[in-house]
Design a protein around this ligand. Structure first.
Ligand code: HEC
Length: 236
């Protein structure tokens, strides 16, 4: 699951709350060189094997750069996303407020912002760590519709950026990997700070276990991420 800020960390053993499983596969047939896909966990599915309770939501191999607000209003739908009709049924059955999985029918999972999409956010992966999410869309309570405020600006996030290319400079491409981007930006921040010790950064050195309570003291902003977890002691 994508954290909203690089300060939210969870580097200790804790209970898994499975919502979504994402995959990214490099594929030459895709206009961006990548195919992203996602599964959601359906807890009340009768299937006993938990793996089989993961329902595919869809696949995305492009950002549908021509699918503007105007086109969407005229009835055009994504051609570079495939949505599983069964997942659509589940989304509607749940009766939540999200109008679609990803922006205007593009792919996203239940843990992701519907104003964005898998490839949209990931296409922004650069070493300089630019803005990942497009500007907020507008909600009209009368029609119940979400529309773009400045569609020209918004569509900058839905371009088909080829693999290994920088979407917006400066910096190097992290080739659709936001984990790599975050690793590089965290490392740069650490270097810029003069190389503070691991503990001050709220990080846990590899192979070392730190108690959850001790970690909360170090980094209070991780509190809501910890939840009911097992407590590991320093010597365990
Ligand atoms: C709003 C931004 C955003 C959206 C939308 C998004 N992700 Fe991510 N994703 C991230 C971030 C940030 C990370 C890195 C998290 C970390 O390292 O802790 C990540 C990590 C990943 C990874 C691990 C590999 C890597 O280095 O990036 C995969 C695979 C992935 N996401 C797939 C998906 C899929 C599939 C979707 C759509 C269903 C999706 N993502 C939607 C932000 C996003």
């Amino acid at each position: 699951m994508a954290p909203s800020t690089t300060k939210m960390r969870n580097q200790f053993p804790s209970l898994v709350r499975l919502i979504q499983v994402d995959v990214a596969v490099s594929d030459d047939r895709s206009p961006v060189g990548w195919v992203f896909g996602t599964f959601m966990y359906v807890y009340d599915d009768e299937k006993k094997n938990p793996w089989e309770r993961l329902v595919p939501i869809g696949l995305q191999w492009g950002n549908d750069p021509k699918l503007t607000q105007k086109e969407y209003d005229a009835g055009t739908r994504p051609v570079e996303t495939w949505m599983n009709p069964a997942a659509e049924v589940i989304r509607k059955d749940l009766g939540g407020k999200r109008p679609c999985w990803g922006w205007h029918g593009r792919l996203n999972g239940p843990a992701d912002n519907f104003m964005s999409a898998c490839l949209s956010c990931h296409s922004m992966a650069t070493s300089s760590g630019g803005k990942l999410v497009p500007p907020k869309a507008k909600y009209d309570p009368k029609t119940g519709r979400w529309t773009a405020q400045d569609d020209k600006e918004r569509m900058k996030w839905f371009q088909n950026i080829p693999a290994g290319t920088v979407a917006e400079g400066p910096g190097y491409s992290a080739d659709y990997s936001l984990q790599l981007q975050m690793g590089v930006t965290n490392f740069e921040a650490w270097k810029a700070s003069g190389g503070y010790p691991w503990e001050d950064a709220g990080a846990v050195p590899p192979g070392k276990r730190v108690s959850v309570k001790a970690r909360k003291r170090q980094a209070p902003d991780t509190d809501e991420m910890t939840g009911p977890t097992m407590d590991y002691t320093e010597s365990a």
